[in-house]
Design a protein around this ligand. Sequence first.
Ligand SMILES: Cc1cc2nc3c(=O)[nH]c(=O)nc-3n(C[C@H](O)[C@H](O)[C@H](O)COP(=O)(O)O)c2cc1C
Length: 196
Amino acid sequence: MMSPRISRSLTMNDILNFLQSRNSAPRLVAPAPSAAELEQIFRCALRAPDHAWMRPWRFLTISGERREDLGELLEHALLQRNPNASAGEREKARNSPLRAPLVIVSVVRISEHPKVPSVEQRLSAGCAAHAVLLGAEALGYAGVWRTGPAAFDPTVMSGLGLNDDEEIIGFLYLGTRDGDPKRLPELAPADYVSHW
Ligand SMILES: Cc1cc2nc3c(=O)[nH]c(=O)nc-3n(C[C@H](O)[C@H](O)[C@H](O)COP(=O)(O)O)c2cc1C
């Protein structure tokens, strides 16, 4: 729910401008959203469109020293995929969770449903992940959605405690933007839209 202060000052144009200018941040530093702010962010995710109310998504939050444990898991998984990984590649995998103060693993649980194919469940989870980014940005934070081979690696999935019917939709790196936002590209809707 919007605070009275915000609801008085926000115009429709502010909201449209916000939605039209979400901008990923590759470099993120502390602070990350607080527990109370994360509650708000996840409330945004819980409004993702969801065919048949399957609620196919869940999220893991990883912060502080647990990011180092995630780094170890990512390095271990890399070595299983590629025993010849170089020292540089291993270090990159190990340090990748340290790129932000908070990593949210966005997870989808795929189940059989007579009307909702698995692709729709993944799409719903993607919408929920997007809503996490939007919610974080609305609170003045920034983030970036990353995947890469680790996101599809069974060793990573089981190390994170996922069940056999679950998949990783993305690693959402969240924190405070370090540096200026990148320039938004000039895109014309007409290039992507036609009348049928
Ligand atoms: C499913 C998905 C996976 C992504 N994986 C990566 C990734 O592994 N590495 C990366 O640099 N960007 C990745 N991106 C792209 C970034 O999240 C981001 O969208 C891109 O840098 C463009 O920035 P923008 O969102 O500000 O336009 C991914 C995006 C999506 C939707």
